[in-house]
Design a binder for this molecule. Structure first.
Ligand code: FAD
Length: 551
């Protein structure tokens, strides 16, 4: 063990800057960080959660939204498969409103390995996953979009989960139960350390540039793919990750009732996931070394489609409204494979004791499906370090269903608006039928709501901009409404609009064919020709997060 005082004090808050105090500082506002915040709160522990952008700006906002039964990992990672099955059951119990128990199929098509297909039931039963073999005709009766070259099929208890809603619910409960706080746009840029302890985290407000410090008794690094960087800021080299970028495409309609998985070892374009009213096809897997400025490419879209069409031929003529990317944080191992496909989907908790630190922990790797377990293990460690003996309650305690948390659910806004029959409640987003009252509720009450919310922040907390027009019209309407309400008061509102459209365009660009092309030209005419938004100043600093992928 190196002497603790050899650790460099990487950055100290300049003298005189303000300091916030908390019991635990959690770094990273994805599903894991918010899960930790909730778990701590249910043990009576107050925390501050920070994210350098906003909730779900990382992989948690850029994934398939598949609540894995574990079938995908049954053949080569039984432990992860078991974890997925057990955690999926828990999440279905504690957050049913976030989950569509649509079920799943694994299907093999001509050219796939018949021996693998035959062994699948055995792999599933070894991992405790219930599966049932279907004839190709039975499978096609359930899902008519399946290829007529399907030769084997099994049912599994796959489901889908709304990662935006569950994240919001967790922040909401933590703030209700323990008064915990979420600070968006707050980036940890260094730590001050002494004698084997972190004394404080140096933070920057990415909107204003203000520097300030957060002092905590315990520090938790839940920064997903950025966890290795954060650990290094604390002088810890034990966190070794590889980054696997994945890209998905979204169709403008739901193509199947169930999740459809290709019955083979994981590869490109082999899962089609229904997300409420749309379907998501993915994913690619490519090793990358950079985490910023990610964008989906035409090549990745082509690879997904080439593979997906073999399973669901209708993908060849479907309309795609957008592509998006995220980066998986995978734990480095000698046999991870060039594209990261062979790396474990398990997670690791680092207590950093061997590296001389007593109040710092890192949790990374894992899946959206297993985030609750990741949070539980992390909070067991943190609670014991704080001398708190309360047991974990996240597997039993139901997540609350708050008014401002419902707007991410597909179809909810339309039903709500119709049932209220209020002629003054104008629809601002026509594709997803989001009315003015929804925007009011988000701006006034949604977790992490700010005085001047960006359009992206509203989109993360609703379905604004997620429909076929991809924000072209509703971006203008919502901004105008926010100017009418006096929330936007300066040209910065135009900057929010510009940033929002630029972010959506990143995802539209690689699917510009067929009906998307005239749609994009119309948007360009409106945004640049009519409103001159190409000339507006950007309003936000480095707002280059994933573009809110999961439907
Ligand atoms: C393409 C793709 C598809 C996937 N599909 C599925 C799926 O269908 N089902 C499933 O179970 N799993 C899936 N996953 C995996 C899943 O998305 C991740 O395991 C999970 O979202 C990780 O969550 P996290 O909270 O640990 O990290 P993240 O969601 O990445 O959160 C980390 C956060 O840390 C913040 N941060 C970084 N640096 C700092 C800093 N210095 N200061 C403050 N904040 C910082 C980032 O802004 C980010 O918001 C998929 C992943 C990808 C990439």
């Amino acid at each position: 063990m190196p002497p603790s005082n050899s650790r460099p004090a990487i950055s100290r808050p300049p003298h005189g800057t303000r300091t916030l105090e908390t019991e635990v500082l959690v770094i990273g506002g994805g599903v894991t960080g918010t899960g930790i915040m909730r778990d701590l709160a249910l043990r009576g522990i107050f925390s501050i959660l920070v994210d350098k952008r906003d909730l779900n700006a990382g992989a948690s906002g850029g994934n398939h939204g598949l609540l894995h039964s574990g079938g995908r990992y049954a053949a080569n990672d039984t432990e992860t498969a078991r974890e997925c099955m057990a955690e999926g059951d828990i999440l279905k119990r504690i957050a049913p409103e976030c989950i569509d128990e649509c079920g799943g199929l694994f299907v093999a098509v001509e050219g796939d390995d018949p021996d693998f297909a035959e062994s699948f039931a055995g792999y599933c039963s070894a991992a405790g996953i219930p599966s049932e073999a279907l004839s190709p005709a039975e499978a096609r009766e359930l899902e008519p979009v399946l290829s007529d070259k399907t030769f084997a099929a099994y049912t599994v208890p796959d489901a889908t989960i709304d990662p935006f809603r569950i994240t919001l619910e967790q922040v909401n409960q933590a703030s209700d139960v323990a008064g915990s706080r979420f600070l968006p746009h707050t980036e940890v840029i260094g730590f001050a350390m002494r004698d084997g302890e972190i004394l404080g985290a140096s933070c920057r407000d990415n909107r204003t540039g203000e520097m300030f410090a957060i002092r905590a008794r315990q520090y938790v690094n839940a920064a997903g793919a950025w966890a290795m960087e954060i650990a290094r800021l604390a002088g810890c080299d034990s966190v070794r990750l590889i980054y696997a970028k994945g890209t998905l495409v979204i169709s403008n309609s739901r193509m199947a009732t169930r999740v459809i998985n290709r019955l083979r070892l994981p590869g490109d374009g082999d899962i089609l996931v229904p997300g409420g009213t749309v379907s998501m096809l993915g994913t690619t897997s490519d090793r990358v070394t950079e985490l910023e400025n990610l964008r989906p490419t035409v090549d990745e879209v082509d690879r997904n489609l080439a593979e997906g069409i073999a399973m669901v031929p209708g993908l060849a003529t479907a309309r795609f409204i957008r592509a998006f990317s995220g980066v998986r944080p995978l734990l480095m191992a000698a046999d991870s494979g060039a594209d990261g496909r062979k790396a474990s989907r398990g997670f690791s908790l680092f207590d950093h004791k061997d590296e001389g630190l007593s109040n710092f922990a890192t949790v990374t790797g894992g899946k959206l499906t297993t985030f609750r377990l990741m949070a539980e293990k992390t909070c067991d460690l943190v609670a014991s370090r704080l001398g708190n003996t309360s047991p974990c309650r996240t597997a039993e305690e139901r997540l609350p269903v708050g008014d401002a948390l419902r707007w991410t659910t597909p179809g909810f806004a339309a039903r709500y608006w119709y049932s209220r029959k209020d002629p003054t409640d104008a629809i601002l987003c026509e594709c997803e039928m989001v009315p003015k009252s929804a925007v009011d509720s988000i701006v006034d009450e949604a977790p992490g709501a700010e005085d001047e919310m960006t359009l992206r922040a509203i989109a993360v907390r609703s379905r604004v901009g997620k429909g076929s027009c991809q924000g072209s019209f509703c971006g203008i309407r919502v901004s105008s409404y926010l100017y009418d309400r006096g929330i936007y008061r300066s040209p910065a509102g135009l900057g929010h609009m510009r940033d929002f459209f630029a972010e959506r365009y990143k995802g539209i660009l690689p699917v510009l064919w067929g009906k998307e092309l005239p749609q994009a030209e119309l948007a360009e005419t409106l945004h640049c020709g009519l409103m001159g938004l190409d000339l507006a100043e950007p309003a936000t600093v480095a707002d280059d997060e994933t573009d809110g992928g999961a439907a």
